[in-house]
Design a protein around this ligand. Sequence first.
Ligand code: GTP
Ligand code: SPV
Ligand code: MN
Length: 587
Amino acid sequence: MTSSNAVLNTWVSECAEYLEPAKIIWINGSDAESNAMCAQLVEAGTFTPLNSATYPGSYWSRSHPNDVARVEDRTFICTGDKADAGPTNNWAEKSAMSTKMRGLMSGCMRGRTMYVVPYLMGPVGSPYSKVGFELTDSAYVVANMRIMARIGDVALKTLGLATDFVRGVHSIGNLDSEKRYICHFPESREIISFNSNYGGNALQGKKCFALRIASTEAHKAGWLAEHMLILGITTPHKTKHYFCAAFPSACGKTNFAMMIPPAGYLAAGWKIETVGDDIAWINVGVDGQLYAINPEAGFFGVASGTSEKTNPNALASARKNTIFTNTALDPVRAEPWWEGLSDCPERLIDWLGNEWSAELGTKAAHPNSRFTAPASQCPSIDAAWQSSAGVPISGIIFGGRRPSLMPLVLEARDWQHGVYLGLTMASETTAAAAGAVGTLRRDPMAMLPFIGYNVGDYVKHWLSFSQRKEIKLPKIFHVNWFRTDTSGRFIWPGFGENIRVLEWMVARIEGKTEALDTAVGFMPKGINQNNLACSDADIATLLSINREAWRIEAKSQADFLKTLGNRLPVEMFTENEKLTQRLELPV
Ligand code: GTP
Ligand code: SPV
Ligand code: MN
C-alpha cells in the first residue's frame, strides 16, 4: 500500500531503500489491526497478556535492562549553526549527523517489518493539531503509539496532500547503548532514533515531536509547546479555571492532573478534571486569552508509587487496554505489580524477568516502570479535553522537587518575574532519565531536556508574551510539594491535599484574597487547614522564607544565568538583582 500523497510515498520509499526492511506495513489504526499486532507481540514473547477479567485488553512487557529511561547524553539537536541549539543541548552539525545516521542505520531493518505509522498530535479537526510519521521496526512502539497519539487513517486524512509532516525514523537496531542516538533536525522537521525502544526515546510523538520539534515551531509562530499538565478546577460557586503546570519528569504532573480532592472539598463542590498529564500546546485565542490543547491521546505514566491512595484515577485509567512496561508481574493473578501498589503478592516475576522475593533486597518493578493507557479511560477526564480550540488558561504553575528552601507556594510579582521563577527552578533528578537520581539541578520550566533551540531565545520568547498587548496574561505561580524534615519525611501531605494550594491560587485569580508581599514573591497569609493532617509548625515551615539560605540561592541562580549564553535576555539578570535587593530590605 501507499498513500495518495506523492511526497509522503517518495519519502517512505527513500527511507526503505537504506533501511532495507523485508516488508512494509502501513498502519491504519483499526481495532482489527491492533488485535492482530498484539497477538503477534504475545507470540514473540514481547507481550504477556494480563488477566482478562481484571485487566482486559492489557499486556505486560519488559524492556532491555540497558534501555529503561530517556538518555539525555545521547539526545541531540542538529542544526546548521551550533548557537541555534544553545548551551543546554547536545549539538551536532545537521548534515554530518544525517550522514552518520545514514551510515549507522544502513540495512538495520533487514529481515524485519517496517511499520509506517501516521500520527496526529492534537484533537481531530483542531487547527492546532499536527501530523507526523514514524517509520519503525518495533511493533511495541506501534502498540504504544496507538494509545499515545491518534494514529492511522485519521492522521493520513488530516494530512491530505500537505507535505509539512514531521518525518521520523526509528529502529531498535541491536539496542547497543553506545550507539544509541535520539536526533532532532528542527530545521527540516526530522527525527531519527536508533538503538532504543523505550518511552521518550522511541515514541517520537511525545518528547521528540510534541516538545523538541514543536517548541522550535512555537518560537517561530508565537505559541508555546511546554512540558505541562492541564487541569480544570471547579469551585463551590461554580466558577471553572484551567491551569497548566510544569514539573520535571517524575515530579508529580500525572498525580496533580488527576488528583481527587479530600472529602470536605468534594462535599463543598470542588472538582478537578484532567485535560492532559504531560504536554501542553498553548496558543493565543482571538480574545487574547491563552488556550491549551493536550497533543497526546494517552498517558505514559509512572507506575511505581501509584496507588489507590495516591492516584486512584491513574489506576482506573490503566485497568483495561493498557501496556505495562518494566513493572513486576504477579504470575498467579496475571496482574502487574509495583512497589507502593499494594501488599506484596506471594510470587512475583521482577522487571528483569526473574523470580523475585523480598530477601533479594532489589525492587521488583523498575522505579521508572510505566503504564501506557488511553486518556479517554480516565474517570476525571474533562469534557473539553478534545476541544479544537483548547481550554482557556487562568494560571501557570512551575514546581520542582526541593527538599529545602522553596516554600509551598509563591505567586510571581508579574509576568517577567514569573518567567524568572520558571527559568531558575530546580529539582532533584529522578529515574525518568538515565543518570544519578536525587541530584539538585536547574531545570528551566521543566524543559531542560526538551527545549529544541537556544535557551536564551526560549526565554526571550516567553518574555515576548508580555509585550503583545492583545494577550491577557495568566498569573504565574511556583509550588513545592517536596519539602522534607531532618528525617527525610515529606512535610506536606501532597496529592489530593494539593487542592488547598489551588484554592488559594483561584482566590488570587478571582481577586478574592490578599497576599503577603515577600522578598521572593507573593505568598499566602495562610492555607486552608480544615481537616488537614499537618501541624501548625509544619505549615509555618512550608510558608517561611529563610533569608540567609535565599541569599545563597540568589547567588546560585545568578551563577546559573551565566551558564545560559549570550542570548539570555538581560531582564533575567535584572530580576536576579531585584531579588538580591529585596532580600536585603528590612522585613
Ligand atoms: P513524567 O511522566 O515522568 O513526566 O512524571 P510526572 O511529572 O507525571 O510525575 P508523577 O505524577 O508520575 O509522579 C512521580 C512521582 O512523584 C510518584 O512517585 C508520585 O508518587 C510522586 N508524587 C506525585 N505527587 C506528589 C505529591 O504531591 N507529594 C509527594 N510527596 N509525592 C508526589
Ligand atoms: C518524562 O520523562 O518526562 C516522561 C517519560 O514523561 S518519557 O516519555 O520517557 O519522556
Ligand atoms: Mn514527562
